[in-house]
Design a protein around this ligand. Structure first.
Ligand code: NCD
Length: 308
């Protein structure tokens, strides 16, 4: 399998075998991600981290991944300090960044921006989230987490709860789970349900899925994947006010779930998971956060050719 020079724009560009290969490499990266083992695999390589939208985990885990492998990082997290402020186009910003680096990681508020950047850049572009579109690296770390926590991806029943309309992590995850033939339940208030095209395509891929408006019964669910309401993507603040606070996971919700059911969340959380859940055996979201490092190390090593 050859990933050298490849862009990572959407999880739909990956086959099941390719996904499993990335997860296998990620597993090998865990001791390096924890700092227990040292590596110089990407010594001499430079990653440009271009963040046009807020980020904590995606940016820091990419930077940590690159540095743990002996590579270097340049970039910005505040586009207001760059020439974009003077009116420079995304295309010109990308052409500039690529002349200083070997790989670009970009997050941008517009859907399709990562694909566009990849067309302009010769170096590989990794999508760190494009608006409400895709978030392929989050998806890989979510799959890695499910595999690690449950032992396998197939055979689980996964409920996606929250803002399924604007949440890019759940769009990517739904496609990937459909690819693995995983049974899914989409739980969201009607205004925030999964876009029709995602539902249709998952069904065309043969996925068994249910659509619900509230979380009345999750007793047969193995993985509960919760997301926050993506306030910044609502065209009208009134629409946000209507759905704000419409779901919340707390100790009571967990009374009737399977003993080994795990709760995942890409984070940041706002109020959709009560902090009392953090200390229960169900909470997997902080381990999920750590998993971003080995998974992103695997991807960087693969696209830069550090691993064939
Ligand atoms: C998510 C994102 O940016 O899409 N965060 C992340 O990358 N871990 C989820 C979110 O912002 O709600």
């Amino acid at each position: 399998m050859n990933f050298r020079g490849r862009d990572v724009i959407s999880i739909r560009d990956f086959t099941k075998e390719e996904i499993l290969y990335v997860l296998e490499i990620a597993e090998k990266m865990v001791p390096i991600a924890k700092g227990e083992k040292k590596s110089n695999l990407l010594n001499g390589y430079i990653m440009a981290s271009l963040f046009f939208e807020p980020s904590t985990r995606t940016r820091l885990s990419f930077e940590s991944a690159m540095k743990r492998l002996g590579g270097l990082v340049i970039g910005f997290a505040q586009p207001g300090t760059t020439s974009i402020k003077k009116g420079e186009s995304l295309a010109d910003t990308i052409r500039t960044a690529e002349s200083y680096c070997d790989v670009i990681v970009m997050r941008h508020p517009h859907e399709g921006s990562a694909r566009m950047a990849a067309e302009f850049a010769e170096v590989p572009v990794i999508n760190g989230g494009d608006g409400a579109g895709h978030h392929p690296t989050q998806c890989l770390l979510d799959l890695f987490t499910i595999k690690k926590e449950k032992g396998h991806i197939e055979g689980n029943k996964v409920a996606l709860l929250g803002d399924l309309k604007y949440g890019r992590t759940v769009h990517s995850l739904a496609y990937a789970l459909a690819l693995f033939g995983v049974e899914m339940v989409f739980i969201a208030p009607p205004e925030l349900q999964m876009p029709k095209e995602v539902i249709e395509e998952c069904r065309e891929m043969g996925a068994k899925l249910e659509i619900k408006n509230d979380i009345e019964d999750i007793s047969d669910v193995d993985v509960l994947y919760v997301t926050r309401i993506q306030k910044e993507r609502f065209p009208d603040p009134e629409e946000y006010n209507k759905v704000a606070g419409s779901y919340r996971i707390d100790a009571k919700t967990l009374e009737k779930v399977k003993d080994d059911m795990i709760v995942m969340h890409p984070l940041p959380r706002v109020d959709e998971i009560s902090p009392e859940v953090d200390k229960t055996r169900h909470a997997a979201y902080f381990r999920q956060t750590f998993n971003g490092v080995p998974v992103r190390m695997a991807l960087l090593a693969l696209v830069l050719g550090g691993i064939e």
